[in-house]
Design a protein around this ligand. Structure first.
Ligand code: NAG
Ligand code: NAG
Length: 463
């Protein structure tokens, strides 16, 4: 069971408007314009999708889906969204299940009332090559992918994307993402800051990271207490899971292909008690909400491989695998028969999960970039407690005083979660009742959080 390759795990797992339109007519982005997605209701905003070639020689290209803001896109910021995995799709998970304008339902698309394109121009990128519709004509390129290559590719992508969309070149830019994007986002932001020293191209205004992997041991080891305090494991198993073999040790042995007998015993016990029938990405939701919510199955190896995926006939998977949808999206399938939520061809360097990115977040904050770390509070995969501890630790290290003391925030008349802000630049927030994919399970609260983040304001204190 422990010799499972990660591939197996992955498988298991107004006037202004007028001017704008005229500009679009002559723009290099025109071939990528989406006329209409099959089953899509009428909308007033423009959508684009297609490829940006990274490397002519190695024949690698990344696929993007770009949704302009609903109202007055020229005055709204540009927001890049990245999902994690590593190897999961920002199109299928981010755009079509979390914060994009539509969600597939049978043959049609229905509007998401809390789509983030109400406030921003949203760019969803399938990265690295081998994920979703992104590809390499030479499959040898799938075996050497790691954080470093992904970061550089994402930077090249954006530079070249600006050639298609020059009107967005110096636009206020925010980078957002979730889960393993706790690696991608800070690493990309860091490369942008370096690049800006040569040529000021990226007008980077802030980062938002949802249930992110920032420091492997702290993030993973907060799982034991989360399981225990939510009644998923017994007192005695909690003791084993914190003393005999903790989760970071297990994962690090697992990725090195040698799980010790003690860790094997402890993990079997933990798996037996937590059960396969509880969604680790939201311990209060019933299982099988959908397979698209499986993105961090990869950062979180399963003791029991989930061979039976009852949600395989998931709406998004069905929708994105329709030939007419693929055509409308200007997408192609290269080297794979079907579009998948998480890649089964990518051979990512999984040990990179151990690279701490909290220090990168620190250097970005020092460079004056605001950072928000938020946590869906029902997630046991990257629990809020680990993220909160990491953010608090970073604030102490950077000697940032608390500017907003730990308090509740409101969405409507209900508590949307808790928040704390340090030095008016580093923020932590929970999203109450939200899963690992916060905008999926709490769209309205997540939207309030997103809007406050873009405006650089603390979350609503009263209702
Ligand atoms: C991949 O190969 C196809 C077919 O030869 C070609 O049309 C396409 O441009 C190539 N992609 C890249 C990124 O070079
Ligand atoms: C987890 O286990 C490793 C290896 O045994 C140990 O070094 C580390 O301190 C432990 N961490 C926690 C939070 O228990």
């Amino acid at each position: 069971m422990h010799s499972l390759s990660w591939r197996t795990i992955a498988t298991a797992t107004a006037l202004l408007h007028l001017c704008f339109y005229m500009e679009a007519e002559s723009s290099p982005s025109l071939p990528d314009k989406i006329t209409k997605l099959p089953g899509q209701p009428h909308v007033s905003f423009q959508q684009f999708s297609g490829y940006v070639t990274l490397d002519e020689k190695k024949q690698r290209a990344l696929f993007y889906y770009f949704v302009e803001a609903e109202i007055d896109p020229a005055s709204k910021p540009l927001v890049l969204w990245l999902n994690g995995g590593p190897g999961c799709s920002s199109l299928g998970v981010g755009a079509f299940s979390e914060n994009g304008p539509f969600r597939p339902s049978g043959e049609v698309l229905i509007r998401n009332e809390y789509s983030w394109n109400r406030e921003a121009n949203m760019l969803y990128l399938e990265t690295p090559v081998g994920v979703g519709f992104s590809y390499s004509n030479d499959t040898n390129n799938y075996v050497t992918v790691d954080d470093k290559i992904t970061g550089m590719d994402n930077l090249v992508f954006l530079k070249r994307w600006f050639l298609k969309f020059p009107q967005y070149k110096h636009r206020e830019l925010f980078i957002t993402g979730e889960s393993y994007a706790g690696h991608y986002v800070p690493q990309l932001a860091n490369l942008m800051i370096q690049f800006n020293k040569k040529e000021k191209l990226f007008n980077l205004k802030g980062l938002a990271l949802g249930n992110p992997v920032l420091e492997f041991a702290t993030d993973f080891n907060s799982r034991a207490e989360y399981f225990w305090s939510h009644g998923l494991i017994s007192d005695s198993t909690y003791r084993l899971f914190t003393s005999a073999c903790n989760y970071s040790r297990y994962v690090s042995e697992y990725y090195r292909g040698s799980v010790s007998p003690v860790c094997s015993r402890v993990m079997n016990q933990v798996s037996r008690e937590t059960s396969r029938f509880v969604d680790k990405y939201d311990v209060t939701l019933d299982v099988c909400i959908s397979s698209v919510l499986s993105q961090s199955k990869i950062i979180s190896p399963q003791q029991v491989p989930e061979s039976i995926d009852v949600c395989v006939e998931d709406e998004t998977v069905n929708y994105l695998n329709r030939r007419d949808v693929r055509k409308a999206l200007h997408a192609r399938l290269v080297g794979v028969k079907r579009w998948a939520v998480c890649s089964s061809i990518l051979d990512y360097e999984l040990l990179d999960v151990e690279i701490p990115t909290i220090s990168v977040v620190g250097s970005l904050v020092e460079a004056g970039i605001p950072v928000l770390v938020y946590s869906g509070d029902q997630d046991s995969v990257i629990p809020l407690t680990g993220s909160r501890k990491l953010v608090d630790g970073l604030a102490k290290k950077l000697q940032l005083d608390t500017t907003v003391p730990y308090r509740v925030w409101f969405e409507g008349k209900q508590v949307g979660g808790w928040t704390q802000v340090y030095g008016n630049i580093l923020s932590f927030a929970t999203v109450r009742g939200a899963s690992h994919e916060a905008p999926f399970s709490q769209p309205e609260r997540s939207f309030v959080l997103f809007k406050a983040f873009l405006e650089g304001r603390p979350l609503p204190e009263v209702f």
